[in-house]
Design a protein around this ligand. Structure first.
Ligand SMILES: [Zn+2]
Length: 362
């Protein structure tokens, strides 16, 4: 049956996607799941598994956002006032777990042997047995991934201990596995409310528009907005290194009327204003380094991709030319290998101008 509908009638019909969204919402599942490809390393089978998007923004996915909101509420209620660190020490492995694991190791050996001897049927039998053992181990409460039969163990990636990612001029303490801040008077654990606001780009009216568009620093406003996520990430990392414990917080990013993002955080534990200021200032330099406002390559003089260096290099010197983590890491490594920590201060210009304002109340 095809019935003639006018355009306005057609437009009134909900789209299939809208219906799918509404149903997803009604059933409390993610409205925009991500498709993840999962490859079974033993059988080579490829599955497409939907994974919830995990958004914290209600306009993006109301279900995931609500789930996240409730999770955070529970975390806050259960954890904020704890006076002792939760105990995450795993139980000692049981005899049964030990025995099964030893048995599994024997099976893996048998599997390799069968493969070496070209005994495919035998290998297949062992594979099935391993799958059963893995299932049993899971039921016995073993977490973590069990090594695959096929893939040889990858050598652990060695990280350079010389990497220097700390911000200049900040006291650095080893971060201990502790989330509880200082205790005052034997029992008081004050918290900190922190707001990070970006510096002024020029005077604005009450509606947030610049008083003088000719002098308002739009460029810097745009760059700050682009780097804001990195700025916050680094800020927390630097803060933890500065105070020496795993600072925990609940926070939100809000747009100001002038459209600059700013950050409100309820921080567990008490941190001094001086430390917050120092961390904010140093982080701003770090994220802003090197300077962006100098054109180095244009016209025919453009960087070229270098396969071995996995990055863009200078067309003449063949040295990495773009600022980035690799470049930064390399520069830092060079500096530390020379043993001159004092030279690590990046070429930050106009330090005072680029400092975000910190307000805090404890
Ligand atoms: Zn979702």
């Amino acid at each position: 049956m095809t019935e003639y509908l006018t355009r306005s009638e057609r437009m009134k019909q909900p789209s299939a996607l809208d219906i799918a969204r509404a149903v997803a919402e009604e059933h409390g599942v993610c409205v925009r799941p991500l498709a993840k490809e999962r490859v079974d390393l033993d059988t080579g089978r490829v599955d497409i598994a939907p994974v919830p998007c995990g958004s914290t923004v209600a306009s993006v996915c109301p279900t995931c956002a609500e789930k996240n909101r409730r999770l955070r509420m529970a975390q806050c209620r259960e954890g904020w006032h704890l006076t002792e660190e939760p105990d995450f020490t795993p139980d000692a492995p049981s005899d049964e777990q030990r025995e099964l694991t030893a048995y599994r190791a024997d099976l893996v050996k048998a599997f390799r042997l069968a493969l070496d001897e070209g005994d495919e049927v035998g290998a297949e039998e062992v594979r099935d047995e391993v799958a059963e053992v893995d299932e049993e181990l899971r039921q016995l409460g073993v977490r973590g991934s069990l090594p695959s039969l096929e893939v040889p163990l990858k050598a652990a990636r060695k990280r350079s201990t010389r990497r220097r990612q700390d911000a200049p001029n900040l006291p650095r303490r080893p971060v201990s596995k502790r989330t509880i801040g200082r205790v005052f008077g034997g029992k008081y654990q004050p918290s900190t409310f922190l707001t990070l606001t970006l510096d002024s780009y020029g005077k604005v009216r009450s509606d947030g528009t610049p008083v003088d568009p000719a002098t308002y620093n739009y460029r810097r406003a745009a760059r700050d907005a682009v780097h804001f996520a990195a700025l916050l990430d680094r800020f927390v990392q630097n803060l933890r290194r500065c105070v020496g414990w795993e600072v925990q917080y609940f926070s939100t990013v809000e747009p100001q009327r002038r459209l600059a993002p700013h950050w409100h955080a309820a921080v567990r534990g008490s941190i001094s204003r001086a430390e917050l200021r120092a961390v904010a200032e140093a982080t701003y330099h770090q994220v802003w380094w090197p300077a962006h406002d100098e054109i180095k390559y244009s016209g025919d003089n453009l960087p070229v991709w270098d396969v071995r260096a996995k990055g863009f290099v200078d067309p003449h010197t063949r040295r990495p030319c773009l600022p980035g983590k690799t470049r930064w890491t390399r520069s830092c490594d060079r500096l530390t290998s020379r043993g001159s920590a004092s030279k690590s201060t990046p070429r930050a210009s106009s330090a005072a101008l680029r400092k975000p304002a910190v307000t805090s109340a404890t």
